[in-house]
Structures are given as structure tokens and as C-alpha cells.
Write a protein that binds this ligand. Sequence first.
Ligand code: SIN
Length: 508
Amino acid sequence: MISRRLYSTTGSAGRLASVIKNVDLLKTKSYINGAWVASSTNKKFDVNDPALYPKPDSKLASVSSMTLQDFERAIDHARVAFDEFKQTSGRYRSNLLLQLYELMIENKNDLATLITLENGKPYADALGEVNYAASFFQWFAEEAPRISGDIIPSADASKRIFALKQPIGVCGILTPWNFPLAMITRKLGAAIAAGCTTVIKPASETPLSALSLGYLVEKAGFPKGVVNILATDDTAAIGKLLCESPIIKKVSFTGSTKVGKLLMNQSSSTLKKLSFELGGNAPFIVFEDADIEKAVAGAVTSKFRSSGQTCICANRIFVHESIYDEFATKFVNKVKKDSLLGYGLNKGVTHGPLIHDRSMQKVVSHIEDAVSKGASILCGGSKRPDLGTNFHELTILGDVTPDMLIFQEETFGPVAPLIKFSSDQEVIKLANDTEVGLAGYFYSTNVSKVFKVAEELEVGMLGVNTGAISEAALPFGGVQESGFGREGSKFGVDDYMVIKGIVLGDIV
Ligand code: SIN
């Protein structure tokens, strides 16, 4: 493990190179049509380590900020590349994806270090993300050769109907900072399997991981123009461009519901196919017949993964009144015993910083609002300026009620609100009392309750007796204002394809 001391004592410019073994992974230009290019205006933006920010040594790199014209060029290249790529076989595309999978695994330690540096998540979590991210390439390598259409009997005996699946075309991919690699690979793997070409805009907070993937794409031998990865800090304008471009046929976005609504509006001019994975407000329900130890472990995993900065983190933890005190005590004890807040590259650290000040403000405002309305702080509750400006303690709040902001909004931070309930009907009503529906979780050992509650909860994904649901095989996506479309799984490729119906007549 790299110690913070070693990491901090090297100078700003050479710091990344001193901790990354394969320095070829370090890119500050963008990858367009198989070449590494600087912004046409030479504009750059800084990428910072959130654990050290705003100290002067928090700067990791200065990255080219690609302009609208640069993106337009990439879109044109992707369009040209599509003409050939759409005709390749699934087996060929499978081999490309497998190659990329193997390269990610070969470079996993460096990729994990990069994620920790620009995102802040602890190294072990970052390594988990790299494996998770690579698994989408493996998964879609297995899907690519098996994409097939259908033959459908016609009402007319002299006709046959064929459903031909074809790649939709050039895809725009917009990804967030919380999983700098996995949110790209989950989309890119499916797009490539389908035979689409891509223009990818990673989050401006975490472009280095995305650009390192560009290097691996190059090494894997992808044809020019199939994968274009462009960093920029001009996020709003580029999002609009991708949504309004008539060349781009589909946009896949992971991010907030607010931005999803904006992008959907912008996409209406071209009636673009969209898949959106947006915000959540996940209920986590512990019924009276739950195995409490397991429920506590699941709550820690689900709530505090990446310091609460995932869309599927438990956001409201409902506990039956008969076991509330026992659960609360065990939950607090486990968090205190098993977690160590700190710098992600330091040994033993389990939780890192928040990404930036805006996240911190939301966390603080949710705690203040809850406390002002009667919630009690059972654990944590404070910022940790001694560790850095973006660090906040893992926090557990008791006696939370539906009138509190933390009940209504996604916190996206390390705060676990406990809400007492007394009946199944009450908790299902409370759990569904939200406009979003991404993930949900519940613990019960009663089989008929498992089925009933699973059917009643208005979410796209459910963890039953588990707090960890993410893997390539899961159809990932939400309902209501958490978006639409499914990523990963055997359904993921469909979002990148269109079905052409062909009627063959005169069969006598
Ligand atoms: C997300 O936070 O949007 C993704 C989480 C995951 O894939 O596990």
C-alpha cells in the first residue's frame, strides 16, 4: 500500500507518475479517432485530489478541456467509423471486449490508484470498482456473439416476419464521478457488443480514469473512431450538444434526476433514444423477523459504500419498533468498530472524503434540518477538518420522521437516518412515498412476506436479505424519476439496438 507520506512528498507535476507504475495510463489529452489530441483552444482544467483539496498539493493534473468543435469532430469520426463497425461480427467485437477486459485486469492496481486519487474512495473500494468495471467488458464479450433477432409467424400463410436487431448508431455517453470507470464500462461494453460507436464525456472531477481507459482501448486494437473519450469542464454545453446532435442516435446518462430532466428536454428535438440512471432515495427495511446481525451488516454495506455517494445507497432505514433499539445499538457499534475515515491510499482506511464542497453542504444541511426537527445523533455528526475539508464522519441519526429533508431527498453522503415503523402497510406506504425508485432493500426471514413486499415496493432493483446488489448480471436501472432503460445483464444490449421488422411475402 502506498503511504500518504510517500505520495505527498513528491512534487506536484511528478506525483502521479511516482505512484502509477504504467505511466502510459496517464493521459491529459483526449482520445479522438485513435489519436491523443489537445483542446483546439488549448484550454485546460485542473483535476484535484478531494482528500487534499484545497491544499496546493491537491492538484493531480491539468487536463485539456475539449470544446464544442472538438466534440463535433469526434461525433463525425464516430459516424464514419460506424459505417464499418456496424458490419463487424459479434465474435469480432467480443474479442475486442475480452482484450479490453484483460488489459484492465493487468493494470488493475494502477487503475485503482488513479480512482482513489481523483475520487477519494479507499484503495480497496477502488480495486473493487476496477474489477466491477472490467466485469462489464467480460459480460458483454459473452453477450456480443449471441445477439440475435427472431422469426415471427405472420397472420398470412404466404408471409414470414423477421425481427432483425441492428446497432442504433453513434452513442453519446455521459458519466458521473462516483464510479469513474464502472459507469463508463457498463455503457461502453453494451454499445460495443451491439456494434455502436461512441463519444464519451466523463465527469470533470474524474477524467483521468476515463482517459486511462482510452489508452487501453488503443492497446486493445479498437478501430479508429469507435471509442472517443473527451474530457471537458464545459459540462452543460457538451451535454446539450450530445443531446441535440442529429448524428448521435442515443444518449446514455448516469447522474441526477434534475440533469436527466434537462437532457431529456434537449433530446426532444431529435427524439433521441435515451437511457437514464438517475437519483434514488432507497428504502432499507428491517422487519421484525429479520436476522438483525445480517441486517446491520447489510445496512453498513449499503449505506456507507463510497461514503454514501452511490445512487443505490440506502437513504432511509426503516426499522420495526420491536427491534429498533437493538438494531440501532448494533448498527452504531459496528460502524464505530469497523470503519476508519482517512486518506484512501493509507492502510486500513475504509472510508474517504466527499467529492467536493457542494456534497458537504448537502450532508451538513440534512443533519442540521433533521436535528432541528427532533432527530438525535447516535454516531458521528460532524465534519473532520483535521483530515481535510471534504471529510465528514459516518453519521447515524435516530428518530427520523417523514417531514425531514433527509427523508425526502437523496443525501449522497455518509448519513444513515433511522425511522421507526409499526406495520407492514405503514412501511410500504412510507417507502413508496417518493418520486424516485431506483433501489430498495429489505430484511425478512418470512418467505411470503419476501414475495409480497418485493412486489409492492416501487423500485427498479431490490436487495432482499443483502445490502450488496451490484454485478454485471443485474438488470440495473430504475422506475419513476429514477429513469429508464436497463444496463448490464442480458437486457443491457437492447438499449443500444433497434429492431427492424422485415416481412417476406410470396412464400408459396
Ligand atoms: C451508481 O451509483 O449510479 C451506480 C452504483 C453501482 O453500479 O453499484
